[in-house]
Design a protein around this ligand. Structure first.
Ligand SMILES: N[C@@H](CCC(=O)N[C@@H](CS)C(=O)NCC(=O)O)C(=O)O
Length: 232
């Protein structure tokens, strides 16, 4: 039978309590999806800080859990069949934790699939496109003389915001009730401020999204998840 200590990642980030879920993350928009869900579900967990530096995400120990060198990742020592389960990709982690607890994935089967739909919209659209916007608007790409890539991602971010703004008319949460889709989408809306891109994408004109993000940030579990593990 496999145990937590069989995972090489535990050599670099030893568990204080091997019986609880181990979270390997950094408080980025993708990282906080997992910590927010763990806070919302009140599952017992231990957070290990894995920075985006090569010494962490590209260390042999981290790569042994996630060969794609990206946070977040988890190990649940009490996975399916009581066996430990290591998992990466934030969307997969959210679905796993929702199924484990029976929480935040809708009440009916239809709600469940709609939750998946909006989660995939974030994973395949909002996350990658806003991430590129961050690169070309705030980070190294902002120095590039050719501004066409920057403009492309500004336009794509605006397009995605327009889809969400329209959808959120008359809704508090993306699928009606609070779900993992919100935990995936809202942290990426918050990232626009960090990228200094609020004006570039016309954020203030999206009144439904401004109210939605405030609603999300008001939740105590979100506030805790956003600083877990602590940056410093
Ligand atoms: N699709 C992945 C993306 C994760 C991701 O991009 N993580 C970034 C931080 S937000 C990372 O770990 N970057 C480190 C690197 O690429 O070296 C997920 O949703 O889990």
């Amino acid at each position: 039978m496999t145990t937590l200590s069989d995972f090489p990642i535990t050599q670099k980030w030893p568990p204080a309590n091997p019986d609880v879920i181990q979270l390997y993350a950094f408080p980025t928009p993708n990282g906080v999806k997992a910590s927010i869900m763990l806070e919302e579900t009140r599952l017992a967990y231990e957070a290990h800080k894995v920075t985006l530096a090569d010494a962490d995400v590209k260390s042999p120990e981290f790569l042994s859990l996630n060969p794609n060198n990206k946070i977040p990742a988890i190990i649940d020592p009490d996975g399916p069949g009581g066996e430990p389960l290591g998992l990466w990709e934030s969307g997969a982690i959210l679905i796993y934790l929702a199924e484990k607890t029976g929480k935040f994935m809708g009440e009916s089967l239809s709600e469940k699939y709609l939750t998946h739909q909006w989660l995939m919209f974030q994973m395949g659209g909002v996350g990658p496109m806003f991430g590129q916007l961050g690169f070309f608007y705030k980070f190294a790409g902002s120095e590039y003389e050719d501004k066409r890539p920057q403009q492309r991602y500004i336009n794509e971010a605006k397009r995605l915001l327009a889809v969400l703004e329209k959808h959120m008319e008359g809704r508090d949460w993306v699928t009606g009730t609070y779900s993992i889709a919100d935990m995936a989408i809202a942290p990426w809306l918050r990232a626009l401020d960090f990228y200094g891109a609020l004006d570039a994408v016309g954020w203030a004109d999206h009144k439904n999204l401004v109210a939605y993000l405030d609603r999300f940030l008001d939740r105590p579990a979100v506030q805790k998840g956003l600083v877990t593990p602590p940056r410093d």
